[in-house]
Design a protein around this ligand. Structure first.
Ligand code: URA
Ligand code: SF4
Length: 216
């Protein structure tokens, strides 16, 4: 049987207890090369949860999600959308940094996690959803969207739609949560320079859509 994080997730309604247990997760092979587990961060009872892909190089060292270049871009987009980051719970679909060394071995290059790794890490995500119980969940990019909405999900076709988690999988407390999908902040940074302003604007517009659901 394939291992997953399920064997490591304690039964608790305390997010700090989850974070502490996640430090020892061996649910897939990604813990071997990474510095540490990067668990979610934010208050229990946060009305909004943001879910990215996996920690990047900076996050792997700092032990916190979205503190590197993608995090700075996310902060700017949140600010423009009128969302304060402090009351938001921020996490990732996968809790360890996956990378390959650059050709000269001087840098660590992000590598997209496999489906097996995403599925292996999902018990942590469900546990966070169940514990934090947000009203609005924003999935940043295809990895987070496919983790929770299925591998066939195409996020470009569902932006600014109110979605829900599959009821057969979603923890009870978030069955009614409103789910919004948008692009990943890194895709703004990676896109061609002349497309960056437009993709940034579209990210802000989607985040504003999510914020308005909370206000409604
Ligand atoms: N990209 C992500 O998806 N998450 C982070 O925490 C940082 C970069
Ligand atoms: Fe566990 Fe997730 Fe890290 Fe894999 S990526 S070892 S499942 S925390």
């Amino acid at each position: 049987m394939t291992t997953t994080a399920a064997d490591f997730v304690p039964s608790t309604d305390d997010v700090q207890t989850l974070a502490d247990a996640a430090k020892g997760c061996r649910g897939c092979g990604l813990y071997e090369q990474a510095t540490q587990t990067v668990f979610g961060k934010g208050p229990a009872g946060a009305p909004m949860m943001l879910i990215g892909e996996q920690p990047g190089d900076r996050e792997d060292v700092a032990g916190e999600p979205f503190v590197g270049p993608a995090g700075r871009l996310l902060d700017k987009a949140l600010n423009e959308a009128g969302i304060e980051r402090t009351p938001v719970y921020v996490t990732n679909a996968v809790k360890h940094f996956k990378f390959v060394p650059s050709e000269r071995g001087t840098r660590r290059i992000h590598k997209t996690p496999s489906r097996i790794e995403v599925v292996a890490c999902r018990p942590w995500l469900f546990a966070e959803l169940d514990t934090v119980a947000p009203e609005v969940v924003v999935l940043l990019g295809a990895t987070a969207a496919k983790s929770l909405l299925g591998n066939a999900f195409r996020l470009t076709q569902h932006r600014q739609e109110v979605l829900h988690l599959p009821p057969e999988e979603a923890p009870g407390k978030v069955r009614d949560a409103r789910v919004v999908v948008t692009i990943h902040p890194s895709s703004v940074l990676r896109g061609p320079p002349d497309a960056r302003a437009e993709s940034f604007r579209s990210l802000v517009a989607d985040l504003r859509f999510a914020r308005e659901l909370l206000d409604a």
